[in-house]
Each structure stands twice: as C-alpha cells, then as structure tokens.
Write a protein that binds this ligand. Structure first.
Ligand code: UFG
Length: 342
C-alpha cells in the first residue's frame, strides 16, 4: 500500500522540491502550509511537474494544535517532514520571540500529535548552522555543535534536542531523522518551481540571479579578506533537487525500518567547497551573463568556511549529490528568467 508523507511548509522552496521527489518515488503527499512566506506558485508548479492535479493541500498553521490534530485525524500519516518555520537570520535577531514561538511551538505540536498516533516517523530539517564556525573542515555528524549565533540558529539546535528527547521518551511511538542542510541552491530543471524570496534576498544565489536580470544593481560580496584561498567565504552549495532526493532516501529508510538508531543524523552536502567568488564566476561563465559585483565589508555572523563530509549519507542512506554546479547554476538562471517572463 502507498505510504503517505505529510510535508509541513510544503509550498516553500525546499518543501516543493521535496514534494516532487516524493511523488515521483511513489509516495502520497499531503502538502500543508500557511503561505506566510510563499505564494501558490510552487504548489501549482508541483502539480504541473507531477501531473497530480489532486495533490492535497491543507492551508493551516502548525502553531494551532487543534488544526494539527485535525490534520492527523483526516489522513493516515506514515511520516512527517517538518519544514514549516521562519528562516531569516537577521529578522530572528530583531524578533527573537516571534522566531522561538513559531519555530518551536509548531514542531512541538507536530511531535505531540505524531506521538499520539502510536507510530510515526519524523524528519526534521536542520542546518549546518548548528556547527557554527567549525574548528576543522569538512564537518562530519560527529563534529561538535557550537552555540548558535542567532535565534534562528538556536531554534535549529533546540529542535534537534527536542526531537532526541521526544523520541527517547516515546516508547517507540516516534522515530526521527535530522538532516543538516548545507547551502541549498538552484531550481527544478523544469523551471516550474524555485526560490521566491520576498523583498531583497538575503541569500547569495537569488541575489546573483536578480542582479544578472537587472532587478538589483550590484552584488555585494561580503568580505574578501577571509583566510581562504581567494579571501571570500567558502560554502558547500548543494543542488535543491539533490537535497530533495536525500529526503526520499531518509523517509524510505525510516518507513522500511532500516534505521540503526531511533534518531539518526545526516549531513546533506556535496563535500565540495566553493568560494563566493568562484560561485559568481561559475554563474557568469555557464550562463553567459554578467553579474555586476563589488567587494563590501564582512557581514556580521558569517562563517569563514564550512563544507560537509557527506560520507555517512553516501554509505548509510545510499544517497549522493549528483548534479554539477553548472547544471545547478543553469537551473537557477532559467528559473529567474521564467519569473521575469523571458
Ligand atoms: N553573500 C554575499 N553577498 C550576498 C549574499 C551572501 O557575499 O548578497 C555571501 C555571504 O557572506 C556568505 C555566502 O555568500 O559568505 C553565503 O551566504 P548565504 O546567505 O547564501 O548563506 P549562509 O551560508 O549565510 O546561510 C546558511 C543557510 C542559512 C543559515 C545560515 C546560518 O543558508 O539557512 O547558513 O549561518 F541560517
């Protein structure tokens, strides 16, 4: 029988790509979203890509416990992937209570209701932010976590701990996987779904694509005096479709009972460091467009260099990132062009 996966925040950037991959892998998916940080574009795009005009959509807020209970009452949920959260680092510093309330309460509600079903698998979308400024790179899952530098980052660390404690006390009713994402970028090759930042983008690739298309005048490269080969920060940029596929592997592992511990942690990255400057150069080259840019002061809170050791995900889950940076940056550009009607 087909298994059903609930994707909270399923209309967002990562959630929509994960929904596509789950459907293509044969799962039934319930998308739930309150559209607080996205519109219906990606939900509609997912339906087009998958041909699933009947894709269930529940417009709801996971901070509303009664709504979460009603959702789990309506569907038999085998696994839940929890994305529904606020994600802007700077905003979280200005509005910490809003971040703690939304990100923690929504996850607590999911866990409370999932546990009450008697048997549910929970996948939490964590982040490399939990490693802080690591003492050595690449980071493995055993690399110690560092204190978070923003309320947003703190909610990731706290939700990791909450999942551990909840699973431990659940008497087998809950199992969990924490996926720690590095820097997800790109878009679906169909250009039907992708990143839709509101206002001025915080993240690098949307800023690059918006500058290349003329929506922004100039990209600021924050810092060229870091102790890295070219002075700009290094990151592990992972294609959004590769990242989405990791969720299919993780969900299948949970549902098929292949986990070796009640809570497992996997880095989701490529293992390939790329500097900000290298990324900008690669984007210009592969797409044949210019990205006006200049060096600017360092951005507060940025990590110098971080990339994943993805060996555990490769060997244990059997998942590996396969898309090249050229494919990824082409897809990011195709999506921006489509948004601009070009
Ligand atoms: N950058 C620029 N100019 C920009 C935007 C970004 O130079 O306009 C640089 C940043 O300084 C950084 C790199 O590009 O060196 C990547 O920045 P992003 O904002 O795209 O990504 P981060 O590595 O800062 O963010 C990641 C995750 C976040 C998480 C954060 C925690 O994407 O979800 O790590 O540090 F919160």
């Amino acid at each position: 029988m087909k298994k059903t996966v609930l994707v909270s925040g399923g209309a967002g950037f990562i959630g929509s790509h994960v929904t596509v991959e789950l459907i293509e892998a044969g799962y039934d998916v319930v998308v739930a979203d309150n559209f607080s940080n996205c519109d219906r574009t990606c939900y509609e795009g997912v339906k087009k890509i998958t041909g699933r005009e009947d894709l269930p959509l529940e417009v709801m807020d996971f901070c509303d416990l009664d709504a979460v209970k009603a959702l789990f009452g309506k569907y038999h949920i085998d696994a839940v992937i929890h994305f529904a959260a606020y994600k802007a680092v700077g905003e979280s510093v200005e509005k910490p209570l809003m971040y703690y309330k939304n990100n923690l309460v929504s996850f607590l509600n999911v866990l409370e209701v999932a546990q009450a079903t008697g048997g549910c698998n929970v996948l939490f979308s964590s982040s490399a932010t939990v490693y802080g400024e690591p003492d050595a790179v690449p980071v493995t899952e055993a690399t110690p976590r560092k204190p978070a530098t923003s309320p947003y980052g703190n909610t990731k660390t706290m939700c990791e701990d909450i999942l551990h404690d909840a699973v431990k006390a659940s008497g087998g009713a809950l199992k969990g996987i924490l996926l720690r994402y590095f820097n997800p970028i790109g878009a679906h090759p169909s250009a039907l779904i992708g990143e839709l930042p509101r206002g001025v983008p915080n993240n690098l690739v949307p800023f690059i694509t918006q500058t290349a298309i003329g929506k922004r005048e100039c990209l600021n490269i924050f810092g060229n005096d870091y102790p890295t080969p070219d002075g700009t920060c290094q990151r592990d940029f992972i294609d959004i479709v590769d990242l989405a596929r990791a969720h299919v592997f993780a969900v299948t592992r949970m549902i098929e009972g292949k986990m070796k511990k009640d809570v497992e942690i996997f880095n989701v990255g490529t293992g390939r460091p790329l500097s900000v400057m290298e990324l900008v150069n690669a984007f210009e080259k592969v797409n044949g467009v210019k990205v006006p840019h200049k060096f600017a002061p360092r951005r507060a809170g940025d990590i110098t260099a971080i990339w994943a050791d993805p060996t555990l995900a490769n060997t244990e889950m059997g998942w590996k990132a396969t898309r090249t940076i050229e494919e990824t940056l082409k897809a990011a550009w195709a999506w921006e062009c489509r948004l601009a009607g070009k």
